[in-house]
Design a protein around this ligand. Structure first.
Ligand SMILES: [Zn+2]
Length: 259
């Protein structure tokens, strides 16, 4: 749906030079630059509501798709926040502190894609681990769990590695060598997601770690008890939350929770 700007507005009010925007080029980027400069200049202050998509669409003379793309970009960069049903607001915190690698849409997409893949593989991995576990394999999973839990670091990569090792120990407990081999093969991609998650948690890092440990504890408990269904549920809970958060950032529909 295109809403063209038909009648020229009062130049004092319309702000950006509409003729620039109608030129070829990445329209969304131009809209992002315009909106970002309004936020930087304080025209839209912290906590202020942005004009509606329809208003922006009309003002910039671009399609809704372009506005949507521009807003996603600003959301991902941490400049604005969408509140369900209320609209889009300028982020309260200093935008610079939020501008991590997470601001790169490609990184978010990669992280999301690897979790989609992990869900498929690791649901089977925890199920097999729960039914085939040996005391040795359980001890190794428990060791990996303790390792992450006792970690005293704010280094994203060290923490990501400890998280990965926990999942790797489970993969080994399947007694099917392809599971650990497969996880090792995508270790780099998995780490990207884990590091992004860690960085997103900056500020609430201890709470983040506590939450991860609690989720890992639930997975470990279910595997220990040989509870296949419980292990799958706990793993799904562990992975789906971040998957849905990434999807929300990219404006993609969330997974419908499995019964
Ligand atoms: Zn984990």
């Amino acid at each position: 749906m295109i809403c063209e700007t038909i009648d020229p507005k009062d130049p004092k009010e319309s702000g950006p030079d509409v003729s620039v925007i109608t030129q070829r080029g990445n329209l969304a980027e131009i809209v992002v630059a315009q909106l970002a400069s309004r936020i930087d200049s304080g025209l839209y202050g912290p906590g202020d509501k942005l004009p509606s998509s329809a208003q922006l669409c009309e003002e910039f003379g671009v399609s809704r798709t372009v506005i949507r793309e521009a807003l996603t970009s600003l959301k991902v960069a941490g400049r604005v926040t969408a509140r369900q049903g209320a609209g889009v607001f300028v982020t309260e915190k200093d935008a610079k502190t939020l501008n991590f690698e997470i601001s790169r849409i490609d990184d978010i997409r990669s992280a999301m894609q690897i979790i989609e893949l992990r869900l498929g593989v690791e649901l089977q991995s925890v199920a097999l681990a729960a039914s085939r576990r040996t005391p040795e394999a359980l001890a190794e999973i428990a060791r990996a769990y303790d390792q992450l839990e006792s970690l005293d670091t704010t280094d994203a990569e060290i923490e990501a590695e400890a998280d990965f090792d926990f999942h790797l120990a489970i993969a080994k407990a399947t007694r099917n060598p392809h599971f650990p081999r497969f996880l090792e093969a995508v270790r780099g991609e998995i780490s990207l997601d884990l590091v992004l998650k860690h960085r997103q948690s900056a500020g609430g890092y201890q709470a983040y770690l506590k939450k991860i440990n609690k989720e890992h504890a639930a997975i470990l408990a279910a595997i220990t008890q040989g509870d296949v269904k419980g292990a799958k549920n706990a793993l799904a809970l562990h992975l789906e939350e971040s998957l849905n958060r990434y999807r929300a950032m990219l404006d993609e529909p969330a997974t419908v929770a499995e019964e």
